[in-house]
Design a protein around this ligand. Structure first.
Ligand SMILES: Cc1cc2nc3c(=O)[nH]c(=O)nc-3n(C[C@H](O)[C@H](O)[C@H](O)COP(=O)(O)O)c2cc1C
Ligand SMILES: O=C(O)C(=O)c1ccccc1
Length: 353
């Protein structure tokens, strides 16, 4: 274990420690967002606008954070979001992240842009889900999906907020356009073993869901839904879960904060499938607010990268442990034992009433 004071008492301190260690170009790649980074800032700011209105004398007793998601048992409703290029943060890359997820008893969503082969990531422990960018070449997509399934991934997370790549000015300033020599997207190999470039696909429509259904019987989650109408369409097309996300502010700058999008999506889905959310969660109390507003679970993106940069698997574990302890304490303080028992009336914007 890492000494807490060497890594940070909270995620902001872990971020500061990571910043001291990382190449500034890589820090900016991880930390940055699209355009003016309005959406990047809005994700965190949305939590700061919510206030908790705890209940007292509820005799809630010991907390129990466990739940099961699409057949994967998890020790808490906090998962690891798919993020690209973990070897820029630590030489062991995604394998270290997976070991921490397994130790903490949660799901790691493996990015299609991972820098370690999915088989090696899976050998470090599970459960894993696999994130997919819809590729124009369905045969190539099929190759990638078959490989992820064979490695043991238990769900597909299809990212739909990226018909084109967001414009990230920090990366443009640095001229950071690709992985350094020696690192590749190991899971982008086609049937001949050649590494394909990550491609965005602006030509894809709702027929994608049916096409993916033809490739696998795994649960399919749609990542990057903000509009209630799309949430409704997703359910009508038979997706198994909806992930409210604006890609951590890295795609459409000006997109609303995910916490502000969440209630509309939750209402549209109306309990038919689980709704997950990511973006700007930095405290157990943020997790609590997202769950109270209707999320079944949340995902962490950048904080996991900060932990990885600071201490490899132990650093990621530290991040997950901090959030778990913080969530447990926050639940006790609002008088709730199980995340599923949280209610929206525990959260207010501070308006009178
Ligand atoms: C460096 C970085 C790389 C990312 N790579 C991917 C990716 O490959 N696929 C994807 O669906 N989302 C990707 N995301 C978005 C995350 O899955 C997630 O939506 C976002 O980071 C959540 O916000 P947070 O970082 O504020 O927790 C990436 C985010 C970051 C910061
Ligand atoms: O999705 C991202 O945000 C991201 O940064 C990325 C970078 C390279 C390949 C794929 C995704």
């Amino acid at each position: 274990m890492l000494a807490a004071d060497a890594v940070g008492l909270n995620l902001a301190e872990v971020a500061a420690a990571a910043r001291r260690r990382l190449d500034p170009v890589h820090w900016d790649f991880f930390a940055g967002g699209a355009g003016n980074e309005r959406t990047l800032r809005a994700n965190e700011a949305a939590f700061a606008r919510r206030w908790l209105r705890p209940r007292v004398l509820r005799a809630a007793g010991e907390r129990d954070l466990r739940l099961s998601l699409f057949g994967s048992p998890v020790s808490m409703p906090v998962l690891i979001a798919p993020t690209a290029f973990h070897r820029l943060a630590h030489p062991e890359g995604e394998v270290a992240t997976a070991r921490a997820a397994a130790d903490a008893g949660t799901v790691m969503v493996v990015s299609m842009a991972a820098t370690r082969p999915v088989e090696e990531i899976a050998a470090a422990g599970g459960p894993l889900w696999f994130q997919l960018y819809p590729h124009a070449d369905l045969e190539f997509t099929a190759t990638v999906v078959r490989r992820a399934v064979a490695a043991g991934c238990r769900a597909l997370v299809v990212t739909v907020d990226s018909p084109v790549f967001g414009r990230r000015e920090r990366d443009l300033r640095h001229g950071f356009v690709d992985l350094p020599p020696g690192l590749v997207c190991e899971n982008m190999r086609d049937a001949d073993g050649r590494v394909r470039p990550i491609e965005m696909n602006a030509g894809v429509g709702w027929e994608l869901i049916g096409a993916l259904r033809g490739l696998t019987s795994l649960p399919i989650l749609l990542k990057g839904v903000l509009h209630p109408a799309d949430a409704r369409l997703a359910v009508e097309h038979g997706v198994d879960g909806v992930l409210v996300s604006n890609h951590g502010g890295r795609q459409l700058d000006g997109a609303l904060a995910t916490l502000d999008a969440l209630p509309g999506v939750v209402a549209a889905v109306d309990g038919r499938v689980p709704v997950l959310v990511d973006g700007g969660l930095r405290r157990g109390t943020d997790v609590l607010v997202a769950l109270a507003l209707g999320a079944t679970a949340v995902l962490l993106g950048r904080p996991v990268l900060w932990g990885l940069a600071v201490g490899g698997a132990a650093g990621v574990r530290h991040v997950l442990d901090l959030v778990r302890a913080d969530l447990d304490r926050a639940l006790a303080l609002v008088g709730v034992a199980r995340p599923g028992d949280l209610d929206a009336d525990l959260v207010t914007t501070g308006a009178p009433g």
